[in-house]
Ligand binder design. Structure first.
Ligand code: AMP
Length: 288
């Protein structure tokens, strides 16, 4: 594909007009929401978007409402120039890079969107208000880009489930497509936050994928007791002196309810701090 310069749009009204025109022309609009500092994980979602739509919009917006007090909003990486260069080769039509006032118009009563049940556990428990921020901005992005389809990463498994529920519950009619987790060659799941890891933490963070692989192997061999599988993962990660486990849980892959015993599709999800940097990862456990 020839490199094309994506059109950078900063105004929601302009994006709505662009999308209306694309829809009138019979085009299928695909949206990839991101917070920028793009890596190969994001770019894989953009490639997937090209397969599912014939017009691709990538949004780059560090959404303040999904960060809690004391979280890393202030130091979250920004690199719009670098991001645009990475998108150039991928055939992206539009990059939405709005100021906060575009997404949260001043002078109007704030409005929030909340998905229940699915947001209670896992990251919802450890980051109160996080998913309310995520769903509130994704609802706005859906109204801004009016996509037919939106692509989200399995890396944020709970987010993916929550957004699927959002689209169906509020009748957005946006098809939600999941992209597999992209990893570094040594297995660490790609994340914009990996840049904060020092050399030791970076090395020790490999324990997350190692633990999940071990759990997958045991599951494949027939182990079904959640408590045992969680203990195996915990034991592997606790070997690393910089690791502070926030949670390791084994849940039903659809409802995200914690399981005692695996009887259908399940997900192991975990969140671990390394020197103040919070990493998440997960694996699906499905019958072979
Ligand atoms: P973020 O910019 O971190 O908010 O992520 C934007 C989108 O990229 C979300 O749908 C994430 O799930 C997805 N994503 C982040 N990291 C990865 C990865 N390593 N592999 C695949 N998708 C990812």
């Amino acid at each position: 594909m020839n490199p094309i310069e994506p059109k950078v749009i900063r105004s929601v009204r302009e994006l709505q007009a662009w999308s209306d025109q694309a829809r009138c022309d019979g085009r299928r609009v695909a949206l990839v929401p991101t917070m920028g500092a793009l890596h190969e994980g994001h770019l894989s979602l953009v490639r997937l978007a090209r397969e599912h739509g014939d017009r691709v919009v990538v949004s780059i917006f560090v959404n303040p409402t999904q960060f809690g007090v004391g979280e890393d909003l202030a130091k979250y990486p920004h690199d719009l120039t670098g991001d645009l260069a990475k998108l150039r080769a991928l055939g992206v039509d539009v990059v939405l890079a709005p100021a906060a006032d575009e997404m949260y118009p001043p002078g109007v009563a704030p409005a929030w969107v909340e998905v229940e049940h699915l947001t209670r556990g896992l990251c919802g428990r450890s980051r109160p208000g996080h998913f309310r921020g995520v769903t509130s901005v994704v609802a706005r992005l859906f109204n801004a880009a009016r996509p037919h389809v939106a692509i989200f990463g399995q890396k944020d498994y709970q987010q993916l489930r929550v957004i699927s529920a959002l689209s169906r519950a509020l009748l957005f009619g946006v098809e939600i497509v999941a992209g597999p987790t992209v990893r570094e060659p040594d297995g660490l799941a790609m994340s914009s936050r990996n840049a904060f890891l020092g050399a030791d933490a970076r090395q020790q963070a490999l324990s997350l994928n190692a633990a999940l692989r071990e759990v997958r192997r045991l599951h494949r061999e027939g182990e079904r007791e959640a408590a045992y599988l969680i203990e195996v993962a915990r034991g592997r990660i606790e070997k690393e002196e910089l690791a502070e486990i926030q949670y390791i849980e084994l849940c039903d892959a659809d409802t995200l309810e914690p399981l005692e015993r695996i009887e259908g599709p399940a997900v192991m999800a975990l969140a671990v701090f390394f020197e103040g940097t919070r990493l998440i990862d997960n694996t699906l456990l499905e019958a072979e």
